[in-house]
Design a protein around this ligand. Structure first.
Ligand SMILES: CC(C)(COP(=O)(O)OP(=O)(O)OC[C@H]1O[C@@H](n2cnc3c(N)ncnc32)[C@H](O)[C@@H]1OP(=O)(O)O)[C@@H](O)C(=O)NCCC(=O)NCCS
Length: 185
C-alpha cells in the first residue's frame, strides 16, 4: 500500500490520539504502571492533541507530520521549536502503527519533518527523550547516529523513578545524512 508523508491536519487529531495511546501502552507497558495507562495517559494525550489542533499550527514553533496509508494513519512525528531550549529542536513524538513497523517508516517521517525545520533551527542541535527500557526505539536512534547525552530519572504517576535517556544530534544535516545512508529506504 502506498504511504504518503504529509503535514498533519486537524482532521487527523482523533487518529493521532488513538495511536498515541495504543502504541504507548504497547511500547512502555512493561515499564510504567497500569494506573498511568488507565487513568493518566489517555487524558494527557487527549488534552495535548486537542490543544495542538485547536488553532492552526504555527510552523515556526511546531511541526507535525503523519504517514497516511490511503486514509489510514500509519504513523506520526512531531518536533517542537522552542528558542530557549538549550538542546535545540525537540523531537517530541515518533510513533508507527504495529502493522507498519520495520519498513523504514519512522525514518521517512523524520526525513520529512527535517525538511520542515524553520530557518532558526536549520543549524541547531536536535534532541529527544526515550525511556531507557524502550529498546526498539533505542535501536533505531543508535542506528541513525544518536548520542546519549544524559540519563534522567523521570516521575510517572504510579511508577517508581524511571530512567530516561536524552539522545542528541549536532544538527538536522547530520541526522538526515545518517538516515539517508540506510540503504533500505
Ligand atoms: C520506534 C518506532 C517508531 C520505529 O518505527 P519503524 O517504522 O519500525 O522504524 P524503521 O523501520 O524506520 O526503522 C527500523 C529500525 O529500527 C530498529 N528497530 C526498530 N524496532 C526494533 C525492534 N523491535 N528490535 C530491534 N530493532 C528495532 C532497527 O534498527 C530497525 O531496522 P531493521 O528493521 O532493518 O532491523 C516504532 O517501533 C514505534 O512506533 N514504537 C512505539 C512507539 C515508540 O516507542 N516511539 C518512540 C518513543 S521515544
Amino acid at each position: 500500500m502506498p504511504i504518503t508523508i504529509r503535514r498533519a491536519r486537524a482532521a487527523d487529531r482523533d487518529a493521532i490520539i488513538a495511536m498515541h495511546v495504543e502504541m504507548s501502552r504497547k511500547a512502555y507497558g512493561h515499564i510504567l504502571s497500569e494506573y498511568y495507562f488507565a487513568e493518566v495517559l489517555p487524558v494527557e494525550k487527549d488534552k495535548l492533541w486537542t490543544e495542538r489542533f485547536a488553532s492552526p499550527v504555527d510552523p515556526e514553533r511546531l511541526s507535525i507530520m503523519v504517514a497516511d496509508a490511503d486514509g489510514m494513519l500509519a504513523g506520526f512525528t512531531s518536533v517542537v521549536f522552542e528558542p530557549s531550549d538549550k538542546w535545540g529542536a525537540y523531537l517530541h513524538h515518533l510513533y508507527v502503527g504495529s502493522d507498519f513497523q520495520r519498513q523504514g517508516l519512522a525514518r521517512r517521517l523524520w526525513l520529512a519533518v527535517l525538511d520542515t525545520f524553520p530557518v532558526a533551527f536549520q543549524d541547531a542541535p536536535i534532541s529527544l527523550l526515550a525511556l531507557e527500557g524502550n529498546m526498539p526505539a533505542r535501536a533505531l536512534y543508535h542506528r541513525v547516529g544518536g548520542k546519549v547525552e544524559e540519563r534522567i530519572l523521570a516521575q510517572y504517576p504510579g511508577s517508581p523513578d524511571t530512567p530516561v535517556l536524552r539522545y542528541t544530534w549536532p544538527n538536522p544535516d547530520v541526522l538526515r545524512q545518517m538516515i539517508a545512508t540506510q540503504r533500505c529506504l
